[in-house]
Design a protein around this ligand. Sequence first.
Ligand code: PMP
Length: 400
Amino acid sequence: MPFTTPFADRLNNVETSAIRELFKLLGKPGIISFAGGFPDSALFDVDGIREAVNAALTEEAGAALQYGATEGYQPLREQLAAFMASKGNQGVGANDLIVTTGSQQALDLLGKTLVSPGDKVIVEGPTFLATIQCFRLYGADLVTAPVDGDGVQTDALERLIVEHKPKFIYLIPTFGNPSGAMLSLERRKRVLELAVQHQVLVVEDDPYGDLYFGEAPPPSLLALSAQVPGSRDHLVHCGSLSKVLSPGLRVGWMVGPAELLAKATMCKQFSDAHTSTFAQATAAQYLKAGRMPATLAKVRAVYAERAAAMGDALRSDLGDAISFVQPQGGLFVWARLTGAGGKTADGGQLAKRAIDQGVAFVPGAPFYTNHPDHATLRLSFATVGVDRIREGVARLKAAL
Ligand code: PMP
């Protein structure tokens, strides 16, 4: 019997992701996958998390296994505030943030609390696919701001703000997914000035900021907001433990104006009541044990090595058929097929041929809200060892 109950109108705004079709092919034996957006599970600090679980069950089993406050488990909120402060985000108290079920839920809560059908929201082109889908589910009319190697172009952004009067602007300033781009310090300040000048809310999604390979990136918009009077009132910052510790914990957080956090908390209450107290108590114990700096040092070193290996292999094997900026952090190389030497400049076509050669990546076009650049590709180096990266790029060369 087919399912005959009509779905809600809001589902008309979204389609299942084009790249899901590709993911179905990844089960092929022997395939080297640059397609995922996952951190490497071999890097999870299992011993540290086991100790944190044990401590949570020994010291606070009642709270860790009980219902909890929607805003978040207070010891975790305190640890997260301290973690933020350690990264230069001063002045964020435990009660200035709410814990979310991954930062994905923060994005959903922003859609739920802020977006009415037809509202304009400015996003980067390209941007995180799940954000596009999530905001569209609430009827957002997405406007794309152009990005270059220094992140979003602030002159164009200002023009778009004036023209579209958006409800908010969504940015991934540090090692964006998929672009890997890092917003320059100068542009970060400009974004905050624009927020104040045009009284527009800016959302900083920052799941990758800790994953830098050399020098630390410029301070987050949140940290810089201390230097731009009034900007904090127009800023939301979303953080996550997913990429540095474990995405399975589903622990993220959102810092923002009190009125917004109150509404988001109300919506969260009707959705999942609260983020798993067990996961929150575990995360709090982990942070309290002081393990994070060593974990960060380890994951940064491994991803840095893999990013370098991928960059070297792409340069030597694919030469002028591909252009990209060597990533300084994050999980991705964002590349563009140049069409040089009569080779294909279509990422979607190449993705299919690459699967036949035993390597997978994600074509870049779905990451655009409109006017997709079909020549782009997203290659993740995160879960593949250095030798397999070289082999995967050799297969990519064969596909090309
Ligand atoms: N924002 C961006 C830019 C991401 O890439 C991701 C994960 N791929 C998320 C948010 C969501 O992460 P999580 O819900 O695991 O914190």
